[in-house]
Design a protein around this ligand. Structure first.
Ligand SMILES: [Zn+2]
Length: 204
């Protein structure tokens, strides 16, 4: 079960993903509005197991500390995103959020690492480019792409750690090899599929 919760002034797609059989769940990119996210958790009587970050930008991490305190669960991020999570200038929170954000993840993951919740497996695909430690999260035929890949677009690369060439390589070699039917859930905006992006994304 997947629910999109659009949060904050940057309209970040936060995703609540739950294993229907066990009600164990993960929260991907809690960017803001912890109370709104928690309402979904309560509505489904879910047991949150992990908070997972596609990357460390302020608009995607604003509710992490509040939800972590609420659920007492580990925060998962790429090991290459550590410096960004700790530095409010790198993660932009000193500029774009109402308070500077600095924390460390509880568990850092690498390319192709896996974690489970309920009967579901999350596989992490490192896709640097938008940030150094940007990653996508693959669960069954669902792919959560953060600010790496959008519907008909790709993430900006003019911020700390960004590289357009690296981003395009990440998408071309690691995401477009997935099945056409793979559903794409970006960090902002509308859903898509890998097949649609292969055909219609002007950056590819
Ligand atoms: Zn971002």
């Amino acid at each position: 079960m997947i629910e999109r919760i659009v949060v904050g002034k940057f309209a970040v797609n936060c995703f609540f993903v739950m294993c229907d059989e066990t009600k164990e769940a993960v929260i991907i990119d809690p960017g803001a509005q912890a109370n709104v996210i928690d309402r979904q958790v309560k509505k489904h009587e879910a047991k949150v197991k992990y908070i997972v970050l596609t990357h460390g930008h302020g608009d995607h991490i604003g509710a992490v500390e509040e939800l972590k305190a609420l659920y007492n669960v580990p925060v998962i991020a790429s090991e290459d995103e550590d410096d960004m999570l700790q530095n409010p200038d790198f993660n932009e929170s000193s500029r774009i959020c109402d308070h500077a954000i600095s924390f460390t993840a509880d568990q850092y993951v690498r390319d192709e690492d896996e974690l489970t919740f309920g009967n579901k497996t999350m596989k992490f695909i490192m896709t640097p480019g938008h940030t150094k430690g940007g990653m996508c999260i693959h669960i069954d035929d669902h792919l959560f792409t953060g600010d790496t890949l959008f519907n008909r677009s790709v993430g900006r690369t003019d911020l700390y750690g960004g590289s357009h060439q690296t981003l395009i390589s990440s998408i071309a070699f690691k995401l477009l090899r997935l099945d056409d039917e793979t559903k794409v859930y970006p960090g902002h905006g509308a859903m898509s599929t890998i097949g649609f992006e292969r055909e219609h994304n002007p950056f590819m």
